[in-house]
Design a protein around this ligand. Structure first.
Ligand SMILES: [Mg+2]
Length: 382
């Protein structure tokens, strides 16, 4: 590195990308017809390039526009290694007041990831080392958009294929009807007595559904019940936690340490799932991890969609003292994972993943893929 001035930020680009899904799963919110992603590219005056990922927020073009206009003007000229300074500038000048809330949090997350990528590349260190961790194995579960509302026997077969790959934990999709959800859970548990099983209702439950489901979740030893309700419905989370039973999980729709501060203080949610492409990036992920550590809570980051956010999550998990699971995306169709970026989610014999060892995030991005897959406007679920 030839001096700090070489890390001055010269360019920031938000690049929205989509691909049509051929065999989309049907969730409570509809049938998937496409997948979106938003990649952030930051270039320094010396020509170093950092890559990051912002969650698409179901409107990737809008998040890209925010990055390419307002946020670009706030950040160009900053030193790329000043991740805290850039974060604070965006927060104070945009997010804190009249700043489009969620959209800004998503946008700044991708910028922050790209700056950490540059920091690592500037000194030749992988992110896990830069963050003070080691290249230790991180336990993984099979999650992402899969394991849908198929008949129990088919689901058991799908889970068997995942355990054959080495997974020791899987997350089942809930939010169909309580009876059918529990029928699937019972079938998977019967076939796999020692498997770690999480369940995710994707905000599709009502308080009475949780009351009916809890005894069976306990009986079948589910590790957690994820997002039974929308994140704003704090009353229902409180009532559900009072039922006892398995822990409640949430956090993929919570933004910045301020929302996690409230979430932790309320005490209803004991499994924290910040998404580093949504909650404010790696910088904010570290702050949330520290707060969670003091409360003896583990971090189980939500991840999607490309190798960039997956790598960021694995690096973080290898560098904090309260790591939980890495969420692997086992969807059949994910070109962002398979073609846009290099992979970092290979399982070892113990069902764990290792953080990449190349400098920064350690992930390569195929710019030809981005050029060939422009954003498809419109809803991803119909
Ligand atoms: Mg979820």
């Amino acid at each position: 590195m030839s001096g700090e001035s070489s890390l001055k930020i010269a360019r920031i680009e938000g690049i929205a990308t989509s691909f049509p899904v051929k065999q989309g799963v049907t969730l409570g919110i509809g049938r998937a017809v496409k997948r979106d992603a938003l990649i952030v590219k930051v270039t320094t005056e010396s020509g170093l390039v950092g890559w990051g990922e912002s969650h698409h927020g179901r409107c990737p073009g809008a998040i890209a526009q925010l990055i390419n206009t307002t946020l670009r003007q706030l950040v160009v000229g900053f030193d790329a290694s000043d991740v805290v300074g850039v974060w604070s500038r965006i927060y104070q000048r945009q997010l804190a007041s009249h700043g489009m809330g969620t959209a800004c949090a998503l946008a700044m997350s991708g910028i922050d990831q790209a700056l950490w990528d540059i920091r690592g590349k500037a000194v030749g260190w992988p992110l896990w080392r830069l963050l003070g961790g080691s290249r230790r194995p991180v336990k993984a579960y099979a999650g992402g958009i899969s394991l849908g509302f198929q008949p129990p026997a088919e689901l058991v077969d799908e889970v068997a294929a995942l355990t054959a790959q080495g997974y020791r934990a899987v997350k089942l999709r809930f939010g169909d009807t309580v009876a059918r959800d529990l029928e699937r859970l019972a079938a998977v548990r019967a076939a796999h007595p020692t498997l770690g099983i999480m369940v995710d209702a994707n905000t599709g439950y009502r308080p009475d559904d949780v009351r009916r489901a809890m005894p069976a979740l306990r009986e079948f030893d589910a590790l957690w019940l994820e997002e039974p309700f929308p994140p704003q419905d704090e009353r229902s989370y409180r009532d559900a936690a009072a039922l006892g039973g398995v822990p409640l999980a949430a956090g993929e729709n919570h933004f910045t340490r301020y929302e996690f501060n409230r979430l932790i203080a309320q005490g209803a949610v004991r499994v924290l799932q910040p998404d580093l492409s949504k909650t404010g990036g790696i910088t904010e992920g570290l702050r949330i991890a520290a707060m969670a550590s003091a409360e003896k809570l583990d971090m189980h980051p939500h991840t999607s969609a490309s190798g960039l956010n997956m790598a960021a999550s694995i690096h973080l998990l290898a560098a904090i003292d309260n790591p939980g699971y890495f969420e692997a995306d086992v969807a059949r169709e994910n070109l962002f994972r398979d073609a846009l970026t290099t992979r970092c989610d290979q399982l070892d014999a113990n069902g764990c993943v290792l953080p990449p060892d190349a400098p920064g995030l350690g992930i390569e991005v195929d710019e030809a893929f981005l050029a060939a897959h422009p954003v498809i406007e419109g809803p991803a679920y119909v």
